[in-house]
Design a protein around this ligand. Structure first.
Ligand SMILES: CC(=O)N[C@H]1[C@@H](OP(=O)(O)OP(=O)(O)OC[C@H]2O[C@@H](n3ccc(=O)[nH]c3=O)[C@H](O)[C@@H]2O)O[C@H](CO)[C@@H](O)[C@@H]1O
Ligand SMILES: C=C(OP(=O)(O)O)C(=O)O
Length: 428
């Protein structure tokens, strides 16, 4: 196990290339199960979630070949191998194995997923969708058992707007008999990306990116080649870093529309944000203004940027209120920011950030992926050295983070954990 060390206070300058989107990649890889010939996915991020999913595909008899940022998936010999334990617990997106395997084999056994601990993350809407398509679903000893004689299209209204449920139902429905209509569907760009891949495989999907998705089932899906959209959360993280420490940070290979809510908030804070076709230039400012922010479903402010954005707000003048309407317990980073000198109070779903307190380097722990991002932002702004453990969470979603930051002039490096630190973590 490793830790990240950051010597704070160095300005950032230069260009950073954004990788393919994690939350697309982790759905596109399971989607390939549905094809009957090879699927090639380009622009993959170099993250552990991608590795874990490729390994899961191998467990069910597939072969995968990862070279640079391209993954070739051979689904021809896959079978309905039960996956009740093991790797499925390492990430959230293993839930897509349910929809994809149900769609392909009409049965699946998948352990309940892992992923970031953000408070309760039920999958009742996924199950509701599978059942509406005709599957019998039971939950036994921490694994979900799915079985259908045949899948038949249905009208499914999501009680909660859910990215995972929308994609999972699409995966299960593309080969079902007849028409499926998903109402109150999520509209995130990653959903359009998955629908694009499935359509290129031969699926018939209309309305992805709106709140009603119509799918007409087809008998066969074939292989194809697909390039992943840029990661809007990595884009936003580097924009926040630019706002925090950037003399001038050019975030390259992005889709600016996907981060409009963040661009607007940064401008409200007094940050200069220049938007071009596929690049965003961010320059910090001496006087950051406090702002209130509320996370919402897309195109609202993304919950996945709430934590890194909170770190930036610690340096704004005045009090900012951060409200997470998606995950009410996504505040595990706050205690760690307090260790670094931040003045933040959590009240219910909101964090009140009393800005303008200088941050000091400290030993902190990333409890989840974006908590890790928030501590990296804080560490770069702080005086002295910050040591971040829990790096395995950061590695689930940010590929080559140190190299990208070093390229901008940051002083950041990795070290192996000492025996004492390993024991402390085990006992905590
Ligand atoms: C792998 C992946 O793509 N992860 C993203 C996905 O997670 P994930 O797909 O898990 O998130 P959802 O969009 O499903 O969750 C949104 C809200 O709906 C609730 N809910 C969800 C499903 C369900 O069956 N029942 C239910 O009540 C959740 O508890 C949460 O409060 O979208 C989240 C919200 O943008 C992001 O933070 C995650 O980065
Ligand atoms: C919450 C996240 O990831 P996951 O859903 O994979 O846990 C995230 O990417 O911020």
């Amino acid at each position: 196990m490793e830790k990240l060390l950051i010597e704070g206070g160095h300005p950032l300058e230069g260009t950073v290339q954004i990788s393919g989107a994690k939350n697309s990649a982790v759905a596109l890889i399971p989607a390939a199960i549905l094809a009957d010939s090879p699927v090639t996915i380009d622009n993959l991020p170099n993250i552990s979630d991608v590795e874990t999913l490729a390994e899961l595909l191998e467990e069910i008899g597939g072969t995968t070949n990862l070279e640079d940022d391209t993954l070739v998936i051979h689904p021809e010999n896959m079978f309905a191998m039960p996956l009740p334990n093991g790797r499925v617990k390492k990430l959230r997106a293993s839930y897509y194995m349910m929809g994809a395997m149900l769609g392909k084999f009409k049965k699946a056994v998948i352990g309940l997923p892992g992923g970031c601990n953000l408070g309760p993350r039920p999958i009742d809407q996924h199950i509701k969708g599978f059942e509406a398509l005709g599957a019998k679903v039971t939950n036994e000893q921490g694994a979900v058992y799915l079985q259908a004689d045949e899948l038949v299209g249905a009208r499914i209204y999501l009680d909660v707007v859910s990215v995972g449920a929308t994609i999972n139902i699409m995966l299960a429905a593309v080969k079902a008999k007849g028409k499926t209509i998903i109402e109150n569907a999520a509209k995130e760009p990653e959903i359009i990306d998955v629908a694009t891949l499935l359509s290129n495989m031969g699926a018939n999907i209309k309305g992805a990116g709106t709140n009603v998705i119509r799918i007409t089932g087809v008998d066969e899906l074939h292989g194809c080649r697909h390039s992943i959209i840029p990661d809007r959360i990595e884009t936003g993280t580097f924009m926040i870093l630019g706002a925090a420490m950037g003399q001038s940070v050019l975030v390259d290979n992005v889709i600016p529309d996907h981060v409009e809510s963040l661009t607007a908030k940064l401008r409200e804070m007094g940050i200069m944000v220049d938007v071009a076709d596929d690049q965003i230039l961010v320059r910090s400012s001496e006087n950051l203004k406090s702002v209130d922010v509320k996370t919402l479903v897309y195109p609202g402010f993304p919950t996945d940027l709430q934590q890194p954005f909170t770190s930036l707000l610690t340096q704004a003048d005045g009090v900012s209120m951060v409200t997470d309407t998606i995950y009410n317990a996504r505040f595990k980073h706050i205690d760690e920011l307090r260790r670094m000198g931040a003045n933040i109070k959590v009240e219910g779903r909101s964090a009140l950030v009393n800005g303008g307190t200088p941050l000091q380097g400290a030993k902190v722990r990333a409890s989840d992926l974006r908590a890790g991002a928030s501590l990296v932002v804080a560490g770069l702004m702080a005086n002295g050295v910050t040591e971040i453990t829990g790096v395995e969470h950061i590695d689930r979603g940010y590929g080559g983070l140190e190299n990208k930051l070093k390229g901008l002039g940051a002083k950041i490096w990795r070290e192996a954990l000492t025996e004492k630190e390993l024991t402390e973590i085990k006992n905590s």
